[in-house]
Design a protein around this ligand. Structure first.
Ligand code: PLZ
Length: 473
């Protein structure tokens, strides 16, 4: 690591050169140019970030918050370079988006070619090949060897909404079953589907109706512990007695919950729910927005327990940072929506499709599913070692490059969000981008690009270890 260290006193050195590339630059991929090292040349935030923060406060609505007061200038691989020239290690991937890494040359080239060819026609007006090719790839790669169809959208929330629309149309039923701790988005229907009030829902109602929340399997906190079959039976009993199976259009679940705290349900929970759905003609929808695309050591997290969802919702990692999302699944269900019933001006934008095709090719050609597994092993070994040193770590969970630690007061289940916040702050001040999550705000999560180098990951984890030492002291 090259560092001048985090300085508490105001930055007194020469103002660094601006790091934004001049407009019209011919866009060589930044990945090759950005050294894969943590380098701190100012305190964080540096003077340019502080100046931008002042403009931000005056111009941007305060409901839109930012975790770190550091402004990005460029990025490559596992490093984000800020406007002051600091090189930060990215353990968040922009919330599980740049899974293949920042500025991947194939994605840069694909996007540049497409935007020069055409940026938009609207697929529902004059279609183009990229959209079709992304659907073909999704149909080939998602679990299940039955005939499939896909439809493309912009955001994860929009795709979740469309999965519900399609399931309602296919079944002629209304109710959507979701789970405790779920996160599905910020639109009106997906706010209703999301569990946590603050910050996602508070004061933003009334919410869409016909959403039923069932109890989740949360091994650390659930009296049923690791008995997934019993937890599924409890959820099914609630659904049957309080809704009625014949009223349920779809059951929507994240195979590993994301914002809710990286909660991995007990083994057997998901397969039992899927079997119940199949037996009752309920559409089983896996929300793989956060867990999909090589994030967990499989291409999709559903595969860890051999789940074959009727519909899979994808976004984030699908397109290396461009806004694209999808619903993929059984042709018989997907084709239930009438012609013109599904669409949108920008859905399946050609530039985003070009990025997705390059990201998918990179995942397949560079063996990034296996890379995610290896990251997972390294991360798990480190986190278990950390747990042995810090009794505040009540749980280490997740898979591959989607893992987390849950922090509590030692020997209890009382959440300790304060500790999570202090650890995160230390990491941020020392040039490591880290995220927290969880219904109780006490889960510290790791979402590195699966292409991160071992040296970079080890350096970031060394900072994390120091952060724990300093935060519990
Ligand atoms: N489903 C499982 O994780 C997005 C939210 C960040 P959009 N998660 C990050 C924030 O604070 O808004 C997410 C998810 C799962 C759906 C979504 C929604 O995806 O692309 O943010 O709409």
């Amino acid at each position: 690591m090259i560092t001048k260290g985090f300085r508490a006193e105001p930055y007194a050195g020469a103002m660094p050169e601006p790091t934004l590339s001049p407009s019209g630059a011919t866009g060589e991929s930044a990945a090759a140019e950005v050294p894969q090292k943590r380098i701190l040349v100012t305190d964080l935030p540096g003077p340019r970030s502080r100046a931008l923060a002042a403009r931000r406060d005056a111009a941007v609505a305060s409901g839109v918050s930012s975790l770190m007061p550091v402004f990005a200038a460029r990025a490559g691989g596992g490093i984000v370079v800020d406007v002051d020239g600091n090189h930060l290690i990215d353990l968040g991937s922009g919330i599980a988006v740049t899974t293949v890494g920042h500025a991947v040359p194939a994605i840069v080239a694909g996007v540049q070619q497409q935007i020069a060819d055409f940026s938009h026609t609207c697929f529902t007006i004059t279609p183009y090949e990229g959209y079709v090719a992304v659907c073909e790839a999704l149909n080939r790669l998602t679990p299940g060897d039955f005939e499939k169809r896909s439809a493309l959208f912009n955001s994860g929330a929009e795709a979740v909404e469309n999965a519900v629309k399609i399931a309602r149309r296919a079944t002629g039923r209304n109710t959507v079953v979701v789970f405790d701790h779920a996160y599905h988005g910020r639109t009106n229907l997906t706010m209703a589907m999301t569990a946590k009030n603050m910050p996602y829902k508070d004061g933003f109602g009334p919410f869409a109706g016909e959403v039923f929340r069932a109890p989740m399997s949360y091994p650390l906190r659930d009296p049923l512990g690791t008995d997934g079959a019993a937890a599924a039976a409890r959820a099914i009993s609630d659904i049957e007695s309080q809704v009625g199976a014949k009223r349920v259009a779809c059951l929507v679940i994240e195979p590993i919950q994301g914002e809710g705290g990286f909660i991995e349900p007990a083994p057997g929970f998901l397969p039992a729910l899927a079997s119940w759905c199949a037996a009752n003609d309920v559409v089983f929808v896996a929300d793989e927005v956060q867990s999909g695309f090589a994030r967990t050591g499989k291409l999709f997290a559903s595969e860890h327990e051999g789940l074959v969802p009727d519909l899979v919702v994808t976004a984030k990692g699908i397109a290396g940072g461009l806004p694209l999302s999808a619903v993929t699944g059984r042709a018989s269900i997907m084709d239930a929506a009438h012609a013109g019933g599904i669409g949108g001006t920008y859905t399946g934008n050609p530039v985003a499709c070009a990025a997705a095709l390059a990201a998918i090719a990179t995942i397949e050609q560079d063996g990034l599913v296996a890379a995610g597994q290896k990251i997972g092993e390294r991360l798990r070994a480190f986190l278990l070692g950390l747990q042995a040193r810090f009794p505040q770590i009540a749980d280490v969970r997740g898979r591959g490059a989607m893992q987390a630690v849950e922090l509590t007061e030692p020997g209890t289940l009382t959440p300790d969000p304060g500790l999570a916040g202090r650890v995160a702050k230390y990491c941020h001040q020392h040039g490591v981008i880290t995220l927290t999550c969880g219904t109780y705000g006490n889960v510290f999560r790791f979402l590195p690009p699966v292409t991160i180098t071992d040296e970079l990951l080890d350096d970031a984890l060394a900072v994390l270890s120091e952060a724990f030492g300093s935060a519990v002291a």
